[in-house]
Design a protein around this ligand. Structure first.
Ligand code: NAD
Length: 410
């Protein structure tokens, strides 16, 4: 069976063909630098012992220290972490940050853990990998199932070995060396990209109907900014179910409901919505902001949205991508669309290293600049080479990583 890394390789190869890369160069760029797999043994609250598996895959460091999220999710496995690590390499290059790519994860369902268990797992994982990560080596950040609190525990545990090192991890709480605007950054960046796309196509974002999967860190901020921009989020699903209102959901009220009810399901004044219905909905824009592989050969033909902005990592399989391309659906790929998070993570790292705090306005202004410049660059490559935006983004990212690799000397 094809793994998610086989999918990532197909996207890579489409761009490598455009760049006319040799087989040796392809192998060099795709092969990870280092794969770390550790045992994370912790005592549960009931006194039992749990033995979990933790991964950190360091994909490429030719452009700088490696950077990538840390995911706590039951479906985390080696192939997925490797896929996501390689996406980070191309992503940091697309937005031109001085970083390489990495990713980590622990195969665990954080919803089944107490706060104490979550903290012990995080600290134990740091104990196992601390000598292979750090501000100049590999800098983790939040991803699915992890948050600012997890990053705070990570930094605190790392500092037990190395002293004051706030730049060892990003996405920390603002009260503990985090950056203003980091939490909102991915969702905000997604909306900036959606706005840039609609502008290019001479379509108004005001009044546009949007369907969104996921209401966590990325999805909730994206929904809020879409509402601020005058778009109508008409459909939304999360782990608990989904909600539909053709007039547009009141995102702030939905947030309050989700906080108290544990999810979006049952929000008053809405009809229930399944993921299947969400992906087939008659909307102007579809934003997957949850899991990978959700747009696939089984549902791609039924997608009616003319535009997709990928907030999640790796949400579209290559088969689906081909179907969507043939249908004329424009897809802004993850490695551009959701790069706002790693961009503000970079700003946080810069602030930590300079011991100088930026205000929110500066963070937003700089983020806006990076997202717009990167979008323009990818759009131009797509136009000039007559290729889809995904291939264009890979051409930009792989081209930059390839040049750095050759310049540094193999
Ligand atoms: P999160 O854990 O905060 O939220 C995940 C959301 O997905 C939750 O609302 C959950 O209910 C929902 N979900 C899970 N399973 C679902 C299902 N079967 N159907 C519908 N919804 C479901 O995670 P996040 O940080 O918001 O990340 C979301 C995606 O964005 C991931 O793919 C992640 O890799 C990507 N991403 C995150 C960041 C970041 O800064 N957090 C940056 C770039 C990319």
């Amino acid at each position: 069976m094809a793994t998610s890394f086989d999918h990532a390789r197909r996207f890579f190869d489409q761009a490598a063909d455009v760049l006319d890369l040799s087989q040796n160069m392809r192998t060099l760029l795709l092969t990870p630098q280092r794969e770390i797999k550790v045992q994370v043994a912790v005592e549960r609250d009931n006194g039992e012992l749990s033995t979990l598996i933790g991964y950190r895959i360091q994909h490429d460091k030719s452009r700088g220290p490696m950077k990538g999220g840390l995911r706590f999710h039951p479906e985390v496995d080696e192939a997925e972490v490797l896929t996501l690590a390689s996406l980070m390499t191309w992503k940091t290059a697309v937005v031109n940050l001085p970083y390489g790519g990495a990713k980590g994860g622990i195969a665990v369902d954080p919803r089944t853990l107490s706060v104490g268990e979550l903290e012990r797992i995080t600290r134990k994982f740091v104990d196992e990998i601390h000598d292979m990560v750090g501000p100049d080596k590999d800098i983790p950040a939040p991803d699915m199932g992890t948050n600012a609190q997890v990053m705070a525990w990570f930094a605190n545990q790392y500092e037990k070995f190395y002293g004051f090192q706030p730049a060892c991890v990003t996405g920390k709480p603002v009260d503990l060396h985090g950056s203003e605007g980091r939490e909102e950054a991915t969702g905000r960046g997604v909306v900036t990209i959606a706005e840039a796309l609609f502008k290019k196509l001479n379509r108004p974002l005001v009044g546009a109907r949007v369907a969104l999967q996921g209401f966590g860190n990325v999805g909730s901020f994206a929904a809020e900014y879409l509402m601020e921009k005058g778009a109508r989020v008409v459909g939304l699903t999360d782990m608990t179910g989904g909600v539909w209102n053709p007039e547009g959901l009141d995102v702030r009220k939905l947030l309050e409901h989700a906080k108290s009810a544990g999810g979006v399901k049952g929000f008053p004044g809405t009809d229930p919505l399944s993921n299947e219905q969400l992906f087939g909905a008659d909307v102007d824009l579809l934003i997957p902001a949850a899991l990978g592989g959700v747009i696939n050969a089984a549902n791609a033909t039924s997608i009616r949205a003319p535009y997709i902005v990928e907030a999640a990592n790796n949400p579209t399989t290559p088969e689906a991508d081909e179907i969507l391309h043939k249908k004329g659906v424009i897809v802004v790929p993850d490695i551009l669309a959701n790069a706002g998070g790693v961009t503000v993570s970079y700003f946080e790292w810069v602030q930590n290293r300079q011991h100088f705090k930026w205000d929110l306005e500066r963070v937003r202004t700089e983020l806006n600049k990076v997202m717009h410049e990167s979008f323009e660059r990818v759009w131009k490559i797509a136009e000039e080479k007559k290729i889809p935006l995904r291939t264009a983004a890979y051409v930009l990212g792989i081209g930059r990583v390839g040049r750095a690799t050759v310049l540094g000397g193999v």
